[in-house]
Design a protein around this ligand. Structure first.
Ligand code: EPZ
Length: 424
């Protein structure tokens, strides 16, 4: 008998208490490939124990690296035995960020043969800007049957002018440019916290990267980088998801070991809704003390409202007074959670593929729902926590890609949530 997993939530209970946020997924999936640029072992602390991290461990080992991984403690990568530059499809397709192996392998040995996972549920997600950057550094790039074959006799620094602020493009080209000959300038670079974290990580290995966090990043390539011991930054999106869940359940939660300045766009929106948010330096307290006002949300590149929080934010907006407008400007199909929220009683009209109008209802009610992508899973978690009655969330594996031990964290805040195995 085939089985599958589901999460079961008895909703309607306010989340209360203290919770610690884990290390950042989107920073971790950049730092781990970056260890290949070193000529000595690197240690990374505070990595989240999530599927994407485990998939990268498997890929690094398949390339020949020696990886000692103690989940929740540290990861030690010795890249010296690496003897391959090929990442086949069955390994690369386990996580989208496997394409960072292109920049890392180019920086390490001037050659990369990496399968590209292609589009996903939230959009086409092309990598033309990544490849444009590699070509600018002197690479020959061939895209054959889903395998991207990249060769550089010698990587040579250059100016790369991105057509849009791309997180992945900025990270991938930074990885290669760190070992290129001479200066590289990234113009219209993305400014997300995980880009700053990668620059800090590479600089701790002896790289020379200036301007990360602004839209112009200057990189002076180095022939060799050394080992380091480094702690990955807290997860901005998990912090935001926990903040939203606290507000949505009319609770009172303090999220610890986070970086409040990374959360400013969400904090501003919650305050606009009449929700109390207090900055505690390395913690944020969210308290809901009454009805929530409807608002307008438009996703933007950092420091704007993060697209990764758009989906859980939709859940919070389903029970405000009035009608909220949510516009997704980054990805072309990031509203697959809307159908599932409607099953729970939400009143959402899609004005276009990118604009949702959400009219507040008194409450959501529990229902069986299915996860279609990672942050849609976050949206359904929030909705299940706030709904009256029982919600069953199918395909919870998507959630495990980006949230470490999420049931334990929510249970510690008073949620009635468990995971069950059921028949297919
Ligand atoms: C990163 O994706 C994150 N993933 C995403 O988080 C996040 O939503 C996104 O940045 C925006 O913040 C990781 O960091 C692993 P982009 P990425 O390149 O790099 C277009 C999550 O839930 N574009 O900034 O793919 C692209 O289609 C995930 O944790 C091109 O056209 O995002 C999109 O419309 C989901 N050509 C826009 O730019 C390119 O070569 C922004 O994409 C690259 C991107």
């Amino acid at each position: 008998m085939a089985t599958k997993q589901k999460m079961v939530i008895q909703g309607g209970r306010p989340l209360e208490g203290d919770v610690r946020v884990s290390g950042g997924k989107n920073a971790s999936v950049a730092l781990i490939p970056a260890t290949l640029l070193s000529d000595a072992p690197c240690v990374i602390e505070n990595l989240p124990d999530i599927e994407d991290v485990r998939a990268l461990v498997d890929i690094l080992r398949s390339l020949g690296a020696v990886v000692d991984y103690d989940p929740g403690v540290e990861m030690r990568v010795d890249p010296r035995p690496v003897n391959s530059f090929t990442v086949p499809y069955q390994k690369a397709q386990k996580l989208r960020a496997s394409y960072y192996l292109m920049g890392a392998l180019l920086g390490r040995c001037g050659h990369a043969d990496v399968a590209y996972p292609g589009g996903c549920h939230i959009g086409l997600r092309p990598i033309d800007q990544h490849l444009k950057g590699f070509r600018a550094l002197g690479c020959r790039v061939e895209d054959r049957a889903g395998m991207v074959n990249i060769e550089a006799g010698q990587l040579v620094g250059n100016v790369v002018n991105f057509d849009m602020a791309t997180v992945g493009g900025t990270i991938n080209v930074m990885l290669a440019a760190a070992k290129a000959e001479g200066q590289t300038m990234l113009i219209n670079a993305a400014k997300e916290p995980h880009i700053v974290d990668l620059a800090n990580f590479l600089n701790s290995m002896g790289a020379t990267i200036r301007g990360a966090g602004t839209d112009i990043i200057r990189i002076t390539g180095r022939p060799r980088l050394h080992g380091t011991v480094y702690q990955v930054i807290p997860d901005q999106i998990e912090t935001g998801t926990l903040m939203i869940a606290a507000a949505a359940t009319h609770g009172d939660v303090t999220v610890h070991d986070c970086i409040p300045t990374h959360m400013e766009s969400l904090t501003a929106k919650l305050l606009e809704m009449g929700i109390m948010v207090t900055d505690g330096g390395d913690s944020i307290r969210v308290r809901s003390t009454g009805p929530h006002r409807s608002v307008k949300v438009t996703t933007q590149a950092y420091p704007g409202f993060p697209t990764d929080l758009q989906q859980p934010m939709c859940s919070l907006l389903t029970t405000t007074q009035g009608t909220s407008r949510v516009e997704e400007t980054i990805f072309e199909s990031r509203f697959r959670h809307v159908d599932e929220l409607r099953r729970m009683g939400a009143k959402i009209d899609m004005f276009s593929d990118r604009v949702a109008m959400i009219t507040g209802v008194p409450e959501l009610y529990g229902a069986p729902v299915t996860v279609t992508d990672l942050r849609a899973g976050a949206a359904l978690l929030v909705a299940g926590l706030m709904a009256r009655g029982e919600t069953e969330i199918y395909e919870p594996g998507y959630i495990d890609r980006g949230y470490e031990h999420i049931e334990e964290k929510l249970r510690s805040l008073g949620a009635d949530i468990r995971r069950e195995t059921c028949e297919e």
